[in-house]
Each structure stands twice: as C-alpha cells, then as structure tokens.
Design a protein around this ligand. Structure first.
Ligand code: SF4
Length: 372
C-alpha cells in the first residue's frame, strides 16, 4: 500500500468550487498529513455529503489510500419494505396517501406506491406536511395520511404539525429514523473498516454534538461534524486525518457556523413531546434498537397504523440480485453491484438506493465525476 497521489487540481476550477485556491490548499494539506503505507477509510452517513463528494470529484483529490465510504445516510433508501406495504394497504382502503416525490418509487414487498397509484390508489405528492394538512382540510370527507419519512432533520416539522392537532381526517405514518444508532451499528459490522466518521451537518443542526460523544469515548473513533460545501467536506477529512495521525480520537465540529453543541433545543423539545423512541427495522440493515420515532400514546388518534389497524411485521427488503444491503452500509460501491446501470437505472430503479436523489447508487448514476 502506498499513497500514490494522482491529484487533478484542475478539478477545483472545472467544477466551480466557490474558492478553488482554498480547496487546493486543503487538498495539499491532506496529501501532506496522509499516512504513506496504510489504507484509511472514513465513513459519512449523509446523502448530501455523498452528493457533494461525488459531484465535486472530491475522491479524486485524495491520495489513493484514503477512501470515503457512504453509510446509511439516505432516509428514503432505509425505509423498510414493510412500511411501504403498510402505506399501500392503507391506500387500498380508499385513504389518500401523501408523501414526498422520492418515496413514490421505493419498492415494497409487492409494489411501490407509484404502482399502487397506477392501479387506482389515491397517492399524492406534497412538498411538506403542511401541504398535506391543507389537502385534508379541503376534502374533509376523505381520510388523508402523511407518510413521514426522514431523519432528525425532518422529524421536527412532523412533530410541530401533529402537536397543532391536525383535522380529524388526517394521520401520520411515521417512518422517521435516528442517525446515531445507525453509526453505532456500523462499528459492529465485522469486516467493515472505519477509521473515522464524517457526521452529517443537517442532522447535527438539530441534535447537536452530544449524541456523538460516545464514538471517540467508547469506540476511540475520530468524529467530525462537517457541512456540505466541498470545502467543508475536505476540511472534515483533513481534521479526521489529523486526529488519526495524532492517535487522539475526539469529537470536533467543522460546521460550527450552523451546529451548536446543544443542537436546536426548541426542535428537540417538540420532537420529544410528539414522539417516543422505539426499536425498528431499517432496509438492508435489520432491527436497530432505539432508532425510530413513534407518535406518543396521547397522540395515537393521529397514528395511521393505529387508526387503520395496519401493522406489517416483515417485508421483502432486498430483491434477488440487488446489493442495496451492502451499498447502504458502505461495504461495496454502487458500481460493484452487477445491476448498476444495467438492470437498475435512475429511469427504472430496482433497489431503493437508486430511487432518491440522496441514494448512493442514484448519486453515482447521475454524476460523471465519481471516482475511486
Ligand atoms: S445498483 Fe440498483 S440493485 Fe444494485 S445496489 Fe444499487 S439500487 Fe440496489
């Protein structure tokens, strides 16, 4: 192993970095500090990080022995098939399902919501939960469900809306998940090498730094919260390499212009008022303790599972030949899946990772600058 450096600094201009000189400077510092004879793998858990890294060709600015792998950072990709099945079953009862556009094509065990819609189900795309509430108010004789998908970033808006007590004909199918338990899971995956975490900026704006403290303390894992500009990501990688070199794992905040140590206390309070934390399944991962949000008992009138008595225990998450379960945990890169850009394309996705703009396969499929 050696850190063969084939850096294309022209990339910083061609891809219109806001500050190409600064990007070059950080890339050079990375090359200088990177170990020579050791493979280092950093893991991020954020679809937007993957987009920035891939779109700006950041991997090509790194020495060949420094890799950045993508963990379970796409909230749409990890929705288990069982929860899509629940939405489909509720839709079959004549209920209007409202959801974000990228949820529509996520495969269920038998069909996606888009396929259910083609068969006559009333499934409507909304840009936010408040749009869905407006639809319900406009058609009081119909039942409406908002399929609430997302990490800690979107959970507060669901919480605010449910606490405002929406109309009687409205309820939520909560598929919200929490990021730190997924990061902890990755550290237990036998042969998955992780030498540091690039923690997600958006999620951290809400949850702050505290939930990551255990990574350096318990697992001796360098952890840096980073923003989404290419410079943020490069700087985050540099900070991780520095910790690695000093052999002093710690928690650092590269995104201090947005992330406070305590997070957004108002949003956290609202989330806590609306949700309880429960164990739940993640597509491609399985059951993770304390990793999902369910509406509290006193709000169960707005819980679509309770309201319509639909509870699907087990779904078929991964179709034959699909490698999403390996892509989701960063074990393989999208182009190592035999279906990538053959049977599975953005136009005709087979697996969940090809559906959302935050899915790793989709990001790789729609960007020509991916490398390494
Ligand atoms: S290319 Fe398609 S089938 Fe293969 S892992 Fe990605 S989403 Fe799944």
């Amino acid at each position: 192993m050696n850190n063969e450096v084939k850096v294309d600094f022209g990339m910083t201009e061609r891809l219109r970095f806001r500050e190409p000189e600064l990007a070059k400077k950080i890339a050079k510092k990375i090359i200088k500090i990177a170990p020579k004879d050791e493979l280092i793998k950093f893991c991020h858990v954020c679809g937007t990080h993957e987009w920035t890294i891939t779109h700006y060709g950041l991997r090509s600015l790194l020495p060949s022995n420094i890799e950045v792998i993508a963990g379970p950072g796409c909230p749409v990709c990890i929705v288990p098939a069982a929860e899509i099945d629940e939405a489909v079953q509720i839709a079959k009862k004549g209920v209007v399902i409202t959801c974000f556009g990228d949820v529509l094509r996520v495969p269920g065990s038998q069909k996606s919501l888009l396929e259910a819609k083609a068969e006559g189900a009333d499934v409507r795309i909304v840009y936010g939960v408040s749009d869905a509430v407006r639809l319900a108010l406009a058609e009081p004789k119909k039942e409406f469900v908002f399929f609430a998908v997302g990490f800690e970033t979107t959970a507060p808006t669901t919480a605010v809306e449910v606490l405002k007590k929406p109309p009687q004909n409205f309820s939520f199918l909560s598929s919200h998940r929490l990021i730190p338990p997924a990061m902890e899971l990755l550290l237990g995956v036998g042969d998955l090498q992780i030498d540091g975490f690039l923690a997600p900026g958006h999620v951290s704006v809400i949850i702050g730094m505290k939930p990551y403290e255990l990574f350096p303390r318990v697992y001796r894992m360098p952890t840096v919260v980073a923003g989404f500009e290419p410079i943020d990501v490069l700087m985050g990688i540099y900070m991780l390499l520095k910790q690695n070199k000093e052999k002093k794992p710690r928690l650092e905040n590269e995104y201090s212009r947005m992330v406070k140590w305590e997070g957004n206390t108002k949003a956290l309070k609202v989330m806590d008022k609306a949700f309880k934390v429960i164990g739940s399944n993640w597509r491609g991962i399985g059951r993770l303790p304390d990793s999902a949000l369910k509406l509290r008992e006193e709000l169960k009138a707005f819980d679509a599972n309770e309201k319509f008595g639909i509870h699907v225990k087990q779904g078929k998450d991964i179709l034959l030949g699909c490698e999403c379960h390996l892509v989701i945990i960063g074990k393989i890169k999208p182009d190592e899946c035999p279906m990538f850009m053959k049977a599975c394309t953005p136009q005709k996705p087979v697996g969940a990772c090809m559906v959302s703009s935050e899915g790793t396969c989709r990001v790789w499929a729609t960007t020509s600058t991916r490398s390494k």
